[in-house]
Design a protein around this ligand. Structure first.
Ligand code: SF4
Ligand code: SF4
Length: 360
């Protein structure tokens, strides 16, 4: 795929913790109970110092904190870890994605100072005061407003990502205006690809629950065609050509998104994976045994979690080890059953891409 010296981008999941409970997030069951397979792992500054040697940080163009299972604003050492990267590389781009609902205004001003002009924070805010919490459950609007404004007023560069649902599509223009008034430099509408299930059946709604398991918002696709993810409309065409979505996944060519960026993903447990999508298959809450997922065959062949642990092993030996190569070689196998990694076909198959369509 690539070797240690080629890496230019690090995607860091610093924590599995979050104060929010978004119903389509893998860290919880539809916004209710926490995913039973995770243990709120988190990387400390000491872990990151052990993982990333300074000469490795010097070769990078980008480090961003996002991930599958937590929000970087909840982690204890987020500021210190950003500072570690900035200290070793003044030129690189630093960023993170966040719900913005935690930490003090002072913390946000400090973050703006550390990131400086070569970086940005992407605020995931899906609505306004009366709607943001319908998806971003438990996120307090007053905190979001205070923190975004503190960050921007301290010189931070802000972007606003707005996922469009049925319940907030009437507010997109108003939110865009607010973003402009606050000094946000880019407002991005996102047409969610998540109204598409793992079994490839279209689904138009998703029932959210709260921590106690009671039903909350029924999440619905936006009604306006213009706000919908067009890849979902392409499904029929694909099925006509390949019979089923599975038929397509077996046959499709793969254009790996991270090969181009020379990206690696580090999980909050300190494990190396090529990307968040492959890592995202590790702990699906709806499996009794998460190891039924195909990704574990690849992890096992690389020596299990110990073999891809970059806290105890050095990063170079794990990147240059066999996990990434094994994944790449699987793309040429004739079917998922015969070992082609299914998540790669779903996320990076060349003819069906709900991820890229989110931004169109
Ligand atoms: S804010 Fe992010 S990590 Fe937290 S619950 Fe929502 S999607 Fe998951
Ligand atoms: S899902 Fe597979 S093909 Fe896509 S970026 Fe990740 S490793 Fe590459």
């Amino acid at each position: 795929m690539y070797s240690y010296k080629d890496i230019r981008t690090v995607h860091l999941e610093i924590t599995q913790r979050c104060q929010a409970a978004c119903p389509m997030c893998d860290r919880n069951e539809n916004g209710g109970a926490d995913n039973r397979h995770i243990d709120n792992s988190e990387l400390s500054l000491a872990d990151c110092q052990a993982i990333f040697p300074s000469d490795f940080i010097e070769q990078l163009n980008t480090m961003y904190m996002c991930g599958n299972l937590g929000d970087p604003i909840v982690a204890k050492d987020t500021l210190e870890v950003f500072d570690l990267f900035r200290h070793n590389n003044q030129q690189m781009w630093l960023s993170m994605n966040t719900n913005a609902g935690a930490k003090s205004a002072e913390w946000w001003r400090e973050l703006a100072k550390i990131i400086g002009s070569r970086g940005a924070v992407i605020f995931s805010v899906d609505g306004l005061r009366d709607t943001n919490h319908l998806y971003r459950q438990n996120v307090n609007w007053d905190n979001v407003e205070r923190n975004m404004r503190a960050f921007i007023d301290a010189g931070g560069r802000a972007r606003w990502d707005f996922i469009i649902f049925g319940h907030n599509e009437h507010q997109v223009e108003e939110a865009e205006q607010l973003a402009h008034d606050w000094g946000v430099e880019r407002f991005q509408k996102k047409k969610s690809g998540r109204f598409f299930s793992a079994t490839s059946k279209k689904k138009d709604t998703h029932q959210a629950v709260n921590r106690k398991g009671s039903q909350t918002q029924l999440l619905e696709k936006p009604k306006k065609l213009d706000n919908q993810n067009l890849a979902l409309l392409k499904q029929k065409e694909i099925e006509k050509t390949y019979g089923t979505m599975m038929g397509y996944y077996d046959k499709c060519s793969i254009k790996c998104k991270v090969v181009e960026e020379k990206n690696i993903f580090i999980t909050a447990e300190g494990l190396l994976m090529p990307c968040c999508w492959t890592a995202g298959r590790m702990y699906k809450w709806w499996h009794k045994d998460p190891r039924v997922e195909q990704i574990w065959d690849f992890i096992d062949r690389a020596g299990g979690k110990e073999g891809i642990d970059v806290i105890d092993n050095d990063l170079k030996s794990v990147i240059d080890g066999n996990l990434l190569q094994d994944i790449q070689q699987s793309w040429n196998l004739p079917s998922i059953e015969q070992g082609k990694l299914g998540v790669c076909a779903m996320k990076c198959g060349t003819e069906f891409d709900p991820f890229a369509e989110q931004f169109r």
